[in-house]
Design a protein around this ligand. Sequence first.
Ligand code: IPM
Ligand code: MG
Length: 361
Amino acid sequence: MTKKIAVLAGDGIGTEIVAEAIKVLEFLNADMALGFEFENGLIGGAAYDVHGTPFPQQTIDLVTPADAILLGAVGGYKWESLDISMRPEKGLLGLRSTLNLFSNLRPAILYPQLAAASTLKPEIVSGLDLMIVRELTGGIYFGQPRGVRVLENGERQGFNTATYTESEIRRIAHSAFKIAQKRNKKLCSVDKANVLECTEFWREIVTEVGKEYPDVALSHMYVDNAAMQLVRAPKQFDVILTSNLFGDVLSDCASMLTGSIGMLPSASLNETGKGMYEPIHGSAPDIAGKNIANPLATILSAAMMLRYTFNNEAAAARIEQAVNDALDANVRTVDIYSEGMTKVSCSEMGDAVVTALKNRS
Ligand code: IPM
Ligand code: MG
């Protein structure tokens, strides 16, 4: 049976990194007869340029029936002066919310070969393997009302609203507890319950849901402390559960533990396991078009797609092994380069992963 993968490369380095992930998926598609069919669509600034909106109907029609979505990145200088409702980022947020992709998994794993690339001491990060579970369709990202208004005294005020309904918290908590059950059975929920009512409520509901998972050790941490602990002693964490905004910030922070933000993949899932897969980094307009971006986060996102949407652990593991083999072959894009290694381009890194796949098939 054919499986449809919608491919939304987006903006900036998006096209370069997605091309490498497609190389890898095409190889496995042929090698393992996976039955994948790829169809390209537009999102973000690229969609705005053609259709006048960052999330056009054509893209909605493409992603809605698709089995999975592979996305590059959105955004760039070119669109920064547009009204916020037309910015490339709105395309991505529209996609997440239209498909109800509330459960965002962001694993931060240190490949031992990259211990020297991390800005932290090797003993702090070696063996690091943590999973951030970020709520993705609620919180202050989507809360109403929002905007800029004029107060009675004539001064302008910008405002956003942080909201979480009980059901939104329950469903992401269940996702996180289930993931923790399959890992080391440790879950740390991150909030700001000492200041924000919305997240005090978050803590209350997560604690309630936790009673259904007596085998998982639940702890709570304020987000400021969590940011500090992530760089002080990151290996104390197994699974981190947090809100949309805190997850955005903490996952960028966690990525540097692994050597580069160019290494972190993600999966965004709905209730049924349908998913969108993208690197956690942005479109990096400063290096776009130079063929120097690191495609590994996108390639590893493709591995997550095989695991979470297509339940093909063997194929997912083959990609992860191939990334490991490519790093063993000492090839490095510039972001993870260290002395004695071979500096390669984005496409050469993609080739190195395909070569590694071939060598083991
Ligand atoms: C991310 C990104 C997005 C977010 C942007 C591009 C809208 O930073 O996926 O982490 O804030 O969620
Ligand atoms: Mg982010």
